[in-house]
Design a protein around this ligand. Structure first.
Ligand SMILES: N[C@@H](CCC(=O)N[C@@H](CS)C(=O)NCC(=O)O)C(=O)O
Length: 220
C-alpha cells in the first residue's frame, strides 16, 4: 500500500477527470495544479520537463512521474488498498479481461472516435476541417457502443462482473464526452453512465475537475 506525496497536473478534460475520479474513489488526499490544455500552461519549461508531450494529466508520486490517463489510474488502483466494491485483478486471466476492456476503450472509443471528433471538430483551426471524418467517427463510436451492448446484454452494473474497475472510469468518461457531442448512446449504456455519475467519488472529482460547472460534461 502506498502513501503520501501525490500531485496531479491538469483539470477540465475527460482525461484529467479520470485521475481525479480514481483518487476520489481511493479517498486519497493529493495536491493538484489546475492547469488546462491550450492555455500555454502545458508549454512552460517546468511542465515540459515533466511531460515533453505537453499533455495533461500528469501524476507525480514522489520522484515517479507518470503520463497517460489509463496508465495513471491503473497505477493508482494498484498502489493503494483496494476500496470495497472495486476490482483490481491479481492474476493473469483477470488482468487480460480488464486489459481487453481498457484497450478497446482507449483505442476504439477514445483515440479512433473521440479524438478524431475533437481534432477535426473543435480544433479544426489547428488540425484541419474534415466533416466526413467527424461524421464517420461519430458513427464508429455509436457502432462500438452497440457492440458493448451485445457483449453485455440487458441492464448491467459494471464492465467487469467482479465490480467497478478502472475500465468503468475510462468508459464513463468516454460516454460523457460522446453524449456532449450528440452521439446517441444505447439506452442500457446510458443508464449505466447515469448510475456511475451518481457516485460520490465521481461528483467530488467533477467539482475539482470542472470547478466552474454544474454536473455536466465536457471537452478534451
Ligand atoms: N493519451 C493521453 C491524451 C492526453 C491529452 O490529449 N491531453 C490533452 C487534453 S485532454 C492535452 O493536454 N492537450 C494539450 C496539448 O495538446 O498541448 C491521455 O489519455 O492522457
Amino acid at each position: 500500500m502506498s502513501n503520501g506525496d501525490f500531485t496531479v497536473w491538469g483539470i477540465g478534460t475527460t482525461r484529467t477527470m479520470r485521475v481525479h475520479w480514481m483518487l476520489m474513489e481511493l479517498g486519497v488526499n493529493y495536491a493538484f495544479h489546475a492547469i488546462q490544455p491550450r492555455t500555454g500552461e502545458t508549454m512552460t519549461d517546468e511542465f515540459l520537463r515533466l511531460n515533453p508531450k505537453h499533455k495533461i494529466p500528469v501524476l507525480q508520486h514522489g520522484s515517479h512521474v507518470l503520463t497517460e490517463s489509463a496508465a495513471i489510474i491503473t497505477y493508482l488502483s494498484e498502489a493503494f488498498e483496494t476500496p470495497a466494491g472495486f476490482y483490481v485483478p491479481n492474476d493473469s486471466l483477470g488482468r487480460s479481461r480488464l486489459n481487453e476492456w481498457c484497450s478497446f476503450i482507449m483505442m476504439e472509443l477514445d483515440a479512433v472516435s473521440l479524438y478524431v471528433i475533437r481534432r477535426h471538430g473543435d480544433l479544426s483551426d489547428i488540425y484541419g476541417e474534415a466533416p466526413r471524418a467527424v461524421a464517420s467517427a461519430k458513427e464508429y463510436f455509436a457502432d462500438s457502443a452497440g457492440a458493448v451492448m451485445k457483449k453485455l446484454p440487458g441492464r448491467f452494473g459494471y464492465l467487469m462482473p467482479e465490480g467497478m474497475s478502472v475500465a468503468d472510469i475510462l468508459m464513463v468518461t468516454c460516454l460523457d464526452y460522446a453524449g456532449a457531442r450528440g452521439i446517441a448512446i444505447p439506452h442500457p449504456l446510458l443508464e449505466y453512465q447515469r448510475r456511475q455519475i451518481q457516485r460520490p467519488g465521481y461528483r467530488r472529482a467533477f467539482e475539482r475537475n470542472y470547478p466552474e460547472r454544474h454536473l455536466q460534461t465536457d471537452q478534451t
